[in-house]
Design a protein. Structure first.
Length: 449
């Protein structure tokens, strides 16, 4: 989960009204669990609420023609959307028939039973088959229940400005964190750029995910299956990751202003503007969607994905996708399942990402959640460095929490980014920051708040 609206730029969100009616009819309100409408499809009008603009009107019209299901598309910013999901579930009131399921909220949503398990609709979705075609599906499973299906395949990657590395005389790209750090120091010392590394140290979710990725690269995990912290010892990967990040700020590898820079801001105003040489925890798809776009980038043709340097060699890439699911209060859950099948279809998603020309593009959508969708984009030359992205998704994309995100993840993440921000700002030591995060994780795992 990004700290900024995922997959939709502020321009896209601002340009779309709070509720965009894409087909005639109104899905109504009240009720819950579908009632007599639970199995209705043809003639149903469903509301889909996401934090991004809709697919093209023609594509939705074709879906309606095929299924008889009409769609009202509601655009809600990511944070407000999570509030709406919680409010409607806790009050047992209707909000939408299909809506966002972020990987980080799966444990919470699953434990509370706020979404209908999608395996209940296997006659439509065939979730068993999807386990092999959607590499990130495991991030959306809680106690055997599939809370949502990923609709994008975002994961954390390392990006580098190859021109800056070459200008610094670096001919072999780094495969370990030590080599990577040394190369950044070389770029700085040779005056290629004053601050070569982008780390978003603002107290926001992007800082948490950056640390998770760095921890994985150092060879570790954040929590065990019981939610117990795995990063308290100074020799642990998580501790070393936090120390490396804070040291990068203190040693002048990271711009001082990054103490208040979020992930999206750093990518758009630093990496895309040639003010840094690398982002260690960047987002897959950003090369084609941001750095290769002349209107938003001054480094076109310079940025590439680098297999993430780890402690002893190339490390994993942690999953960071959004999903879509069916709230328990959905009025037309069967129709919602039909929509989810259509929305996550690899051919449709490839079209949304540009495989068949601009008329079928869904603004802000870049990476299909199924491997075959990525392969289509790569074959057609639409996805820049697509073969590399697809290979990483299949071979090295791993969930942040192998046993699933805990139900108390939001409180845990808040402790992570608050304390790491403080350590980078110099108001507390790395040791104090880690101890505070460990204490919070132990408290939450024991049932505290």
């Amino acid at each position: 989960m990004r700290s900024t609206p995922r997959l939709a730029s502020a321009v896209v969100v601002a340009a779309v009204a709070a509720t965009t009616i894409l087909a005639a009819g109104c899905s109504g309100g009240g009720g819950g669990g579908g009632g007599s409408n639970a199995t209705k499809t043809s003639g149903a009008t469903i509301t889909v609420a996401l934090h991004m603009g809709p697919p093209p009107k023609a594509a939705l019209a074709e879906f309606t023609k095929e299924t008889g299901i009409k769609v009202n598309w509601s655009v809600v910013d990511w944070d407000s959307l999570q509030t709406k999901i919680s409010t409607s579930a806790s009050s047992n009131s209707y909000f939408a028939d299909a809506t966002d399921v972020d990987w980080s909220r799966v444990g919470q949503l699953g434990k509370l039973g706020w979404f209908i398990p999608l395996q209940n609709y296997d006659s439509v979705l065939n979730t068993t088959a999807l386990k092999t075609s959607m590499p990130q599906l495991s991030s959306f499973t809680y106690n055997g229940d599939i809370v949502g299906l990923p609709f994008d395949s975002e994961f954390l990657v390392t990006t580098v400005n190859t021109k800056m590395f070459t200008d610094a005389g670096i001919t072999t790209m780094p495969t370990t964190i030590d080599e990577y750090t040394q190369d950044l120091q070389t770029i700085k010392s040779k005056g290629i750029v004053q601050y070569p590394l982008n780390i978003p140290f603002a107290a926001a979710e992007g800082l948490s995910t950056y640390w998770y990725q760095t921890t994985a690269a150092f060879g570790g995990t954040i929590l065990d299956g019981s939610g117990k912290p795995q990063f308290g010892d100074p020799s642990s990967p998580g501790y070393k990751a936090a120390q490396w990040m804070v040291d990068a700020m203190k040693n002048g590898l990271v711009p001082p202003g990054n103490i208040n820079v979020t992930d999206g801001q750093g990518q758009a105003t630093l990496m895309a503007q040639g003010k840094v040489a690398s982002t260690y925890g960047d987002y897959s798809g950003n090369v084609g969607a941001l750095y290769e776009v002349p209107a938003s980038s001054t480094v076109v043709g310079q940025v590439q994905y680098l297999p993430t340097p780890g402690e002893t060699g190339v490390g994993p890439n942690l999953s960071n996708p959004d999903g879509i699911g069916i709230p328990k209060q959905a009025k037309y859950p069967q129709a919602a399942a039909e929509f989810i099948k259509w929305f996550t279809d690899p051919a449709n998603q490839a079209d949304f990402a540009g495989a068949s020309g601009p008329d079928k593009v869904m603004s802000g959508y870049f990476l299909p959640s199924q491997v075959s969708g990525l392969q289509t984009l790569t074959t057609k030359g639409v996805l820049i460095q697509g073969a590399k992205i697809t290979q990483m998704l299949q071979d090295s994309s791993k969930p942040v929490f192998p046993d699933g995100a805990p139900s108390w993840y939001p409180d845990f993440s808040s402790a992570v980014y608050t304390n790491l921000h403080a350590a980078a700002a110099g108001t507390e030591t790395v040791d104090a920051a880690i101890n505070a995060i460990v204490a919070k994780a132990n408290q939450l795992a024991a049932g505290g708040s």
